[in-house]
Design a protein around this ligand. Structure first.
Ligand code: PLP
Length: 421
């Protein structure tokens, strides 16, 4: 075979010259071209919820492709998009009334930011500041990098990023600092929106905070007329134990972003849900008030049908019970590490579990990351640490034995790579 011409994401090709080729997927597994099975402990970047190639989703894709492909979504509509919008509004926190489609988590957040600024401009009281949380990750486009934490992922593009106000991460015991800082930056009423990852900050290190903090942040947004954007791209579709993480705080945001698990991980799609007030601010005979955003593949019918099949799986299968069982197993798995000297912290929220390996150097670029990845891959396990942070974010169909095997391997990794206290 000639050399590969494919440039991979978040991949340093100089250090990863050879790449495994995956020929098949199914359930919690990937299978290489030469027949090796790999347990997908991270749901292939957090997208696969029920397991790879759930038959109902595969069937929906097949069936829809027989009658529909992409149609321009400005001025035209189709049944899968209409039905999916109603399904989403039925599942999402109450108070959200409109669904805007796009095709990735990043675009769903870009759309949210534009909606927020458009709202204030269109009601004649412009606000332009965005407040974001320390350590957040919202995507890799210029806007989403701007509202994300500054660091190694975006250092090269810093000159293009816009300024945001940052509130501290509400670490245990320091929650009030976060709330006080948010109140302080809200006072001059120039803040259009607070954007947060509810309960779990993903790529920033699987950092977790309690639901009451989100509820308190919500109260502050309400007090100052600031919009709340819940970026549920990672946390949505059961990851934190409830369908959306906001539910645990009884919070209904003004804007909610969803992608990843929206199609059960089969095909790209995203949606930004918004309140009627935000829609009405854009609803006018004045064409300048139009929401000027689109992407060519907006509301792809095949992707919408896959997402509808996903919603039906939630309705027809015991997904909630599966999530509860997996969450309990994750919590039990972590208990093994309470007194393990090679780990400095372990935490779980719903189906997401994370452990901090004791190492001399931390951070995304810590050399330990690729070493750990190779260690797990040799054992047929796909784990992709964030520096020294090991996390498990598996499909809900993972078995008890498979999860136990992962925790055994993590224990072994601790002994092999962890520093002694
Ligand atoms: N927001 C959050 C919270 C995410 O975790 C991610 C991706 O990991 C994104 C946005 C960006 O999504 P995508 O990679 O689909 O653009």
């Amino acid at each position: 075979m000639n050399r590969s011409a494919v440039w991979h994401p978040f991949t340093q090709h100089a250090l990863e010259p050879a790449m495994q080729s995956i020929a098949r997927t199914g359930g919690a597994h990937l299978e290489t071209a030469d027949g090796r099975r790999i347990l997908d402990a991270i749901s292939s970047w957090w997208v696969v919820t029920h397991g790879h190639r759930h038959p109902a989703i595969v069937e929906a894709i097949r069936k829809t492709a027989d009658s529909l492909d992409q149609i321009i979504f400005a001025g035209l509509t189709h049944e899968p998009a209409e039905r999916l919008a109603n399904a989403l509004l039925g599942l999402a926190p109450s108070g959200l009334d409109w669904v805007f489609y796009s095709d990735s988590g990043s675009t769903s957040v870009e759309v949210a930011l534009k909606m927020a600024l458009g709202y204030f401009r269109n009601i004649g009281a412009p606000r332009s500041r965005i407040v974001a949380m320390e350590h957040s990750y919202h995507g890799d486009t210029i806007g989403t990098m701007s509202v994300g934490a500054r660091g190694v992922f975006n250092a090269a593009y810093e000159p293009l990023l816009f300024e945001v106000d940052t509130i501290p991460f509400p670490a245990a015991g320091r929650e009030q600092e976060t709330l006080d800082r948010f109140e302080e930056v809200s006072r001059d009423r120039s803040t259009a929106a607070l954007i947060v990852e509810p309960l779990v900050l993903g790529a920033g290190g699987m950092l977790m905070y309690p639901a009451w903090v989100l509820a308190e942040l919500r109260k502050i947004t309400e007090a100052y007329g600031t919009l709340l954007i819940a970026d549920e791209v990672m946390t949505g579709w059961g990851r934190t134990g409830t369908l959306f993480a906001c539910e645990q705080a009884s919070v209904s945001p003004d804007i909610l972003c969803t992608s990843k698990g929206l199609t059960g991980g089969a095909i790209p799609l995203a949606a930004t849900l918004a309140t009627d007030a935000i829609f009405q601010a854009h609803y006018s005979v004045d064409r300048k008030k139009t929401f000027f955003h689109s992407s060519s593949y907006t509301a792809n019918p095949i992707a919408c049908a896959a997402a509808l099949a996903n919603a039906e799986i939630w309705r027809d299968e015991p997904v909630t019970e599966r999530i509860a069982a997996l969450s309990a197993r994750q919590a039990a798995g972590l208990r093994r590490f309470r007194d393990n000297p090679f780990f400095t912290d372990s935490r779980a929220t719903g189906t997401i579990a994370a452990l901090d390996l004791r190492t001399d150097s931390a951070g995304y670029l810590a050399e330990i990351g690729p070493k750990l990845r190779a260690f797990f891959l040799e054992r047929g396990l796909l784990v992709r640490p964030l520096g020294n942070v090991l996390y498990l974010l598996p499909p809900y169909c993972i078995t008890r034995n498979e999860l136990d095997g992962l925790y055994d391997a993590i224990e072994e990794a601790g002994e092999r790579f962890g520093s002694r206290p």
